[in-house]
Structure formats: structure tokens, C-alpha cells
Design a protein around this ligand. Structure first.
Ligand SMILES: *Cc1c(COP(=O)(O)O)cnc(C)c1O
Length: 363
């Protein structure tokens, strides 16, 4: 039986994406050829790339607003480098909000290019919240933030208004909630968290912000070159892009982001209510900054870990062991995770309390 898959990434995708992509590997579009053995410049694959790019703009409500969509490689981690390369002027500077390990990795790369101001950081509190008060220097070339902190289970509920270009790493909550996406000038996301197979990175760029740095950018790292080549500057990750297309089609059929957001809220409410109600558990993130995608929680009594672990494993749950930098548990509830899977976890937590809480008659 299919597991209740809470993996943080690569992660659960809609079942139909697994079925259809398997079929495309065997026989793509009834061509008697595999998706993996045809040219990326063939009519059939160009159609995949074109539709995927168009669907991204449609779902984000960014059509006809000057945005371009790229499916690149190198993961979100390469964007940590491409963003400063393409946006930070020679002798320029950048402003970053430090909300977690990934934000911090992005900062490290920006520092290679020039003055990098950290406008605020929650590092001292092990990133258990999103800093609320900070000022963004208006002379920075851009401001960079991370919408969802996959490891620490925090999520930005609002974004600062600023006149400088805003860049957002949305790797772990892209397409999960309605936002005014036009407030961002660059959005990027590794596909493997909410969109498709590992191997491609979605980059959505407001084209007018490019070409202003005075830097010579190596071709493969130059957003303008990728835009000009319609995301085929070099061979794209054909399989990963195809799985993104299938997931985007699935999402559109669900009713788009607004519809999936309601389900995501229901899932998060169900789990967080149980974490707060259940005497055996405690959440790690500040309540107001809790992520609807990755819920992090600890056992009140860590000595009961083996008992709890054996219970959720027996219930068919997979992938809720926490990241080593937080410990405990992390339940990643991406778009494709059904509400029923969350109910299974909540039921296990309730049963665990009945069996092992101090008040329990059995102990
Ligand atoms: C996973 C993750 C990354 C790293 O993505 P890669 O594709 O592995 O480089 C970056 N940012 C966030 C927010 C992530 O969750």
C-alpha cells in the first residue's frame, strides 16, 4: 500500500504524475519513442516546455506582466549564485533576510560578489521565527528573502514593501498559497519540493530588471541568455520538466492555487491543533510564523522516541524524522499530500497519548 509520505524533498507528487511520467518513459505521446530518447528540440518536447512555461504564469497570475519563465538546472542552490551575478552591480550591494539554513547559504554566495547586508536574522534563536522589524537599505541592488524555511518550519506570512527588486526563494511553498506574485521580481524554486522530479529549478523573472550590473556574466549563468533561448540554452532536464508540467496540469484541474490553499490550510490546522492539544508534543516554531508546508515538533519526553517511531511506522507513515538541526519531527505537507494522510498521523498522536501519557491508566 502507498505510504503516507511526509518527506521534505524530494517529496510526494500526485499519483497521476507518477503514472503519466512512467508512461511517457515507455511511449511518449504514442510516438513509439521514450521521452528520454527524443531531441529536446523536437516538436513534442518543445510543446512540453512551452506549456509548462505558460502554465506557470497562468497559475501565478503573472500573464502579460513582463515576466519570463525558465526551467534551469543546478537546483535552487545555483540560484543563490545566479541572483547576485545577474542583479548585483559592480561595487553594488545586496540586502538579505536571514531566516534559515537556505537563506544563509544564499547570503554566503552573495558575499562573493559584493557588500551583503543582513537586514535581520533569527539565527541566535535557531531560526524559530521570522524577524518582524527591519529596514531595507534603499540603495541596495535587490532584497532577497526565503518564503518558507523548510528545515525550521517557519513561513513568511507577509512580505516587506520596497522599491528595490525583490527576490524570493520559494522552493518549498511555491504554488501552495495565493500571493500577489507581482510583488516579486525574481521567484525561484527547486522543483523537487512541490512541483516535480529533482533536476530542474523554476525561475520566474521580471525581465526589465536584468542587464544593469555592468558585469560580464558567463553564458550558462546569464538569465538573459536563457530567456533568449526560451529556456533551451542547453539541454534542459527533460524528465524533470515533464513532471513539472504534469503537476501544473494537475494543480490547474484541482482549481489552481486558491483551491489547493484551502486544502493546505485544512491539513495544517488539523496537525497544529493536535500538536497544541496533545500533552506529548510541542511545536518548535513561533505560532504566528508556523509553516503550512513543514510542521516541526518535538516530543515533550524524548525518551519515548522509539515508542512513537514504531507507532507511526506501523501506520504506514514515512519521512517525518526531523532535520538534524532541529531534531524531533517534521511533517512536510506539500500540495500532493492528501488530508487523509494528516488524519492518520493525528490519530497515531492521539493513540500515543492514550498509551503513554503520565495520566494514562496503562502506565
Ligand atoms: C531545498 C531548498 C533549497 C535547496 O534546493 P536544491 O535544489 O537542493 O539546491 C533551497 N531553498 C529552500 C527554501 C529549500 O527548501
Amino acid at each position: 500500500m502507498k505510504k503516507h509520505n511526509y518527506s521534505a524533498g524530494p517529496c510526494i507528487l500526485p499519483q497521476e504524475v507518477f503514472e503519466k511520467s512512467a508512461q511517457a518513459i515507455r511511449n511518449f505521446n504514442n510516438s513509439d519513442l521514450s521521452l528520454l530518447e527524443i531531441s529536446h528540440r523536437s516538436k513534442d518536447f518543445v510543446a512540453v516546455m512551452d506549456e509548462a512555461r505558460a502554465l506557470v504564469l497562468e497559475l501565478l497570475n503573472l500573464e502579460a506582466k513582463g515576466y519570463q519563465v525558465l526551467f534551469l538546472q543546478g537546483g535552487a542552490s545555483l540560484e543563490f549564485l545566479m541572483v547576485p551575478y545577474n542583479l548585483m552591480k559592480v561595487n553594488g550591494k545586496a540586502a538579505y533576510l536571514d531566516t534559515g539554513t537556505w537563506a544563509n547559504n544564499a547570503i554566503k554566495e552573495a558575499k562573493l560578489f559584493g557588500e551583503t547586508t543582513i537586514v535581520a536574522s533569527s539565527k541566535e534563536q535557531n531560526y524559530n521565527h521570522i524577524p518582524a522589524e527591519y529596514t531595507i537599505p534603499i540603495d541596495a541592488d535587490y532584497f532577497h528573502c526565503t518564503s518558507n524555511n523548510t528545515i525550521f518550519g517557519t513561513q513568511m506570512k507577509s512580505f516587506p514593501k520596497t522599491n528595490i527588486p525583490t527576490v524570493c526563494d520559494m522552493s518549498s511553498d511555491i504554488f501552495s498559497r495565493v500571493l500577489d506574485f507581482s510583488q516579486f521580481d525574481i521567484i525561484y524554486a527547486g522543483a523537487q519540493k512541490n512541483m516535480g522530479a529533482a533536476g530542474t529549478t523554476l525561475v520566474v523573472i521580471k525581465e526589465e530588471i536584468l542587464g544593469k550590473t555592468g558585469r560580464t556574466i558567463p553564458s550558462i549563468l546569464d538569465y538573459e541568455k536563457h530567456i533568449k533561448a526560451e529556456s533551451m540554452y542547453n539541454t534542459p532536464a527533460v524528465f524533470a520538466v515533464y513532471t513539472c508540467l504534469l503537476t501544473l496540469q494537475w494543480l490547474k484541474n484541482q482549481g489552481g492555487i486558491a483551491a489547493i490553499e484551502k486544502i493546505n490550510e485544512a491539513k495544517a490546522n488539523l496537525l497544529y491543533s493536535e500538536i497544541d492539544r496533545n500533552s506529548m508534543f510541542k511545536g518548535t516554531a513561533a505560532m504566528e510564523d508556523r509553516s503550512n508546508m513543514n510542521a516541526t515538533f518535538l516530543l515533550e519526553n524524548p525518551e519515548l522516541q522509539e515508542l512513537f517511531d514504531s507507532m507511526w511506522k506501523k501506520a504506514g507513515i514515512s519521512g517525518i524524522t526531523g532535520h538534524r538541526s532541529v531534531g524531533g519531527y517534521r511533517a512536510s505537507m506539500y500540495n500532493a499530500l492528501p488530508l487523509e494522510s494528516v488524519q492518520v498521523l493525528v490519530d497515531v498522536m492521539k493513540e500515543f497519548e492514550v498509551l503513554y501519557s503520565k495520566n494514562s491508566e496503562l502506565v
